[in-house]
Structure formats: C-alpha cells, structure tokens
Design a protein around this ligand. Structure first.
Ligand code: NDP
Length: 484
C-alpha cells in the first residue's frame, strides 16, 4: 500500500500500533485504490495518549513563550520545506487536486504554526490598580490537555489550526482525525517532534466517532475543539458540558452569497465559483445559496455556466486539474441524493448533476436556478459541488431570507455600493463575512460561526482566548481589615 504509515497512531513522541483496534482502509478517491490500512485506537491507546499529553503539558507550559514559539516556527519551516510531499499525501487522502493542496493545506497549516509561534512570546497579563496601593494582576494560563477532532475536508489544516493556538499558550493536545482522512495528522505530529516539541505534546489517535467520544468524556481533558457537522457538534458539546469543559465548535453552514445588480459580474461569478466548487464543494463556509438580483440573473447564469464548463476535471495528481473527486462514495451518494431532490422539487438544473462515468468518485459541478427558499437544497447543507441560484428584488427582502436559517457560518455580498456593502455585511447573522470576494481564510483573521454553526473562533489573536483562561491575583498593600 503506497501510503501505509509505519503505525496507526502517534503517542508520546513515537509511532504506536495496536492491532486490537478495528481495522479500516484508506482509499484514494480518484481511483478507489486502498492506500493504507489502519486500526482504530483501543482504550489502551487512548489512555496512553491522554497520559502522555498530561505529562508533557506541565513542562511545556513552564517554558517561556519565546521557547514555545521557536518550536512552532521551526515546525512551520519544516512543513513548508516538505510542502510537495505533504500535498501529494493530502491529495491521496482527500482526492483534492494537487493544484489546490500545494497552496491551501500544508501551507495553511504552516501559516498557523508560524503565526501562533510568533504570538507565543507576546502573551501577557494585565495590571489593574486599586485603592490604597492594592492591585490585581492577571496571568494567562493554559487550560491543560485539549482534544482536537477533525473533519475530512482539510485534514492538515484542521490539525494545525487546532494545535498551533493550543500549543502556543502551553497546552498539550490529543488529536483525532476523521477516519476518512487519517494520514496527514501523523505527519504533523512527526514534524512537531522534529522541531523540538517534547514527546506527548501532540498525539494522534485514529478511529471513528466512539474514539472521539471517549476523548471528550475523559476527566483529564479540559477543552474540546471539533470541526464537523452541526449534528455531531450538538452531541460533542453536550458531552463536554457534562464535564464543564471548554469548547470550540466549527460546524457546518448553509451560507448566503448575495449578488446585487451593480456588482462586477466577473468578480461575482468568480466568487460564486470559489464559494461552491473549490475542493469539489466540500468546504464548510461555502456560499451555496447564491441570491442574484433579478435584473442580472440570466446574464449571471450564462456567464457562470460558461466559466464552469472550463473546469478541468480529472486526475488530481495532474497539476492542470482544478476539480477532483468527492472524498468518498458515501459523500457522492449524499450529494446525488440532493441533486435528485432539487429536480423533484422543481429547481431548474442548468449544469451538471451527474456522476462521471469513470473510475473514482467524480460528481460534476452542478448549478440549479429558480431555487426557492423552501426547497431542500436551499435549506440543508449538501457538502458537495451543488450551487443554488435564488432570485431577489430588494435589499430588505434578501437580508431577511439570507438570515432565515439556523446556521450562520459565513456570508458574502457583491456590490459596488460601498455603504450598502458594509450595511449588508453587518446585517448578516454569520461569523465570517466577505465583501466582493469569498472563502478566503487567512490565519490573521478570525474564522468561525454564529447560531448552529458553532461557538468560538479559530485563527487570529482571538483563538488564544479559546485555549487559555485568565487568573486574577489580588495583591494587598495595606493591613487586612476584618470585622472582628
Ligand atoms: P462529522 O460531524 O461526521 O465528523 C467530524 C468528526 O467528529 C470526525 O472525526 C468524526 O469521526 C467525529 N465524531 C463523530 N461523532 C462523534 C462523537 N459522538 N463524539 C466525538 N467525535 C465524533 O463531519 P464530517 O467529517 O463528515 O465533515 C463534514 C462536516 O464538517 C460538514 O458539516 C462541514 O460543514 C463541517 N466542517 C466545518 C468546518 C468549519 O470550520 N466550520 C470546516 C470543515 C468541515 P469519524 O467521522 O471518523 O467517525
């Protein structure tokens, strides 16, 4: 098997295998080839990982921020040096075209390690002066052992977006990748050790939901950060609440992309493409409800279809390919089920809609027009390459419709009217908004959802708040005045 790792797990600074765990195969979605066979973590592996993290955490937290940051920045450099190999692995794990993985996966992970590596030495508390010379000072303290649980669409990025802020503040982490894409997190773990992270600081254990469940409920765990669907988020949040643990929930979306008739049409079409078809549409923040003002609807559709016809669909390892397969047969079935529902409920299919007759799990980029708010494809997250165009007339109307969902991950607006752009962005009930672009996620900016799309933010300085807590220390300068 071409990408078989030496062992399934990475615990306490070393590879670890336990064949007592349920075996599972990793397949290359472009061909169906089995590229690795791993074992889910047994209770003994989970226990070893949490024990190692607990032991490593105290020593790591005792280092200076400069020292911790140096390790993270060294890891970022190693990741960048190995970007091509890591991207090839990511492409085989996920099916995403190499053209994408070369610029959006290990590179994004390295950005996070570099950014939080730089931030580590700058984290300080506050001095709060009080009457009579008394004062309070605050200390930023790590939470302890954090658990990261990842989805399958951006495995390297998710591992790093969670590990980098967690480690920067002095926490340790046990990370469980999605069982569909388990390989690249192991590389992240190896690189961190190579960069000088102590054994046990970042551990990877494999498995399905029950492994995640065992991690979330363990009393040694102080914080859980999940990237996944809203239904899983609800379960994991509830389990974490039982132990009063901190959480970050990065969940799904059904985000609106609003295109006014004064927008630059080419940019708006480009935004809709980026917001629906990158990674074969398997992106949580996708703007899948594309509201187009009635006056430009047919022009928009014509140009969108014309440009989508230019997608190069095929072998993800060919760097000319810019549209690859879905991650799995199961995901393709889900997507094709939604396409069938869209047609049955009266949406007009203007492009795509079928699975390509070739090996691998290829579903065409699909565009529906005349979609109305009540249709299933306008209400539920599809997580595949299905774009729905809905018509609208006025700003007031479209804002009410855009926000009429339980989800609130992202939202975008295209218009040349500056005042309207800011008004609309501020009116979106969503955590991550775009004006005249879509789906960019630089590490410097906060990323996360409102409403059922989650709690907390990843990236930016804000992420530090979600992996640490402030301790207030009162210092008295005068005598203690007790009443008796
Ligand atoms: P899932 O919610 O199915 O799974 C997410 C992770 O949680 C997986 O590792 C899964 O394990 C694990 N898991 C499942 N059940 C439990 C449980 N009871 N306790 C602990 N862990 C559990 O999501 P997908 O992997 O299918 O990913 C797609 C979803 O992720 C979409 O909804 C998408 O929008 C969302 N997403 C959100 C992002 C964001 O930043 N907001 C970014 C990327 C994706 P396993 O699957 O191995 O069984």
């Amino acid at each position: 098997m071409r990408f078989q790792p030496p062992a399934s797990h990475f615990v306490d600074g070393a590879r670890l295998e336990d064949e007592g765990g349920a075996p599972f195969d990793v397949t290359y979605p472009a061909t169906g080839e089995v590229i690795a066979r791993l074992h889910a973590a047994t209770p003994a592996v989970i226990d070893a990982a949490l024990g190692a993290a607990k032991r490593a955490q105290a020593g790591w937290a005792a280092l200076t921020g400069t020292e911790r940051g140096r390790v993270l920045r060294r890891a970022a450099e190693i990741m960048r040096d190995r970007n091509r190999d890591l991207s090839i692995l990511e492409t085989h794990d996920t099916g995403k075209p190499l053209q994408e993985t070369l610029v959006a996966d290990a590179t994004s992970g390295a950005d996070a390690l570099e950014y939080f590596g730089g931030l580590a030495a700058t984290l300080t508390g506050e001095h709060i002066p009080l009457a009579g010379g008394d004062f309070v000072y605050t200390r930023r303290r790590p939470l302890g052992v954090c658990v990261g649980i990842g989805a399958w669409n951006y495995p390297t990025q998710i591992a790093c977006w969670k590990a980098a802020p967690a480690l920067c503040v002095g926490n340790a982490m046990v990370f469980k990748p999605s069982e569909t894409t388990p390989l690249s997190a192991l590389k992240v773990a190896e690189i961190l050790v190579e960069a000088g992270a102590p054994p046990g600081l970042f551990n990877v254990v494999q498995g399905m939901g029950e492994v995640g469940g065992a991690l979330v409920t363990d009393p040694r765990v102080a914080k859980v950060s999940l990237t996944g669907s809203a239904p899983t988020g609800r379960k994991v949040y509830a389990a974490a609440a039982d132990g009063m643990k901190h959480v970050t929930m990065e969940l799904g979306g059904k985000s609106p992309l609003v295109i006014f008739d004064d927008a630059d049409l080419e940019d708006a079409v480009g935004g809709a493409i980026l917001g629906n078809f990158y990674s074969s549409g398997q992106v949580c923040s996708n703007g899948t409800r594309v509201f187009v003002q009635r006056g430009i609807k047919e022009r928009f559709l014509a140009r969108l279809v014309e440009r989508v016809k230019g997608a190069v669909i095929g072998d993800p390892m060919d760097e000319a390919t810019n549209f690859g397969p879905m991650v799995s047969e199961r995901q393709a079935e889900i997507v094709l089920g939604y396409v069938a529902k869209g047609m049955a409920e009266g949406a007009r299919l203007v492009h795509g809609g079928t699975r390509l007759d070739r090996p691998g799990v290829f579903v065409e980029p699909t565009i529906f027009a005349d979609v109305t708010d009540g249709m299933t494809i306008a209400r539920e997250e599809i997580f595949g390459p299905v774009l729905s165009v809905l018509d609208f007339d006025t700003e007031e109307e479209v804002m009410a419709r855009a926000n009429a969902t339980d989800l609130g991950l992202a939202a975008g607006v295209f218009t040349r009217d500056l005042a309207r752009a800011h008004r609309v962005a501020a009116g979106f009930e969503a955590g991550t908004c775009y004006i005249n672009t879509y789906n960019l996620a630089p590490v410097e900016a906060p990323f996360g959802g409102s409403k059922m799309s989650g709690v907390g933010r990843e990236n930016s300085k804000l992420a530090v708040e979600h992996y640490s807590e402030m301790q207030g220390i009162y210092v008295a300068a005068g005598p203690v005045e007790a009443p008796y």
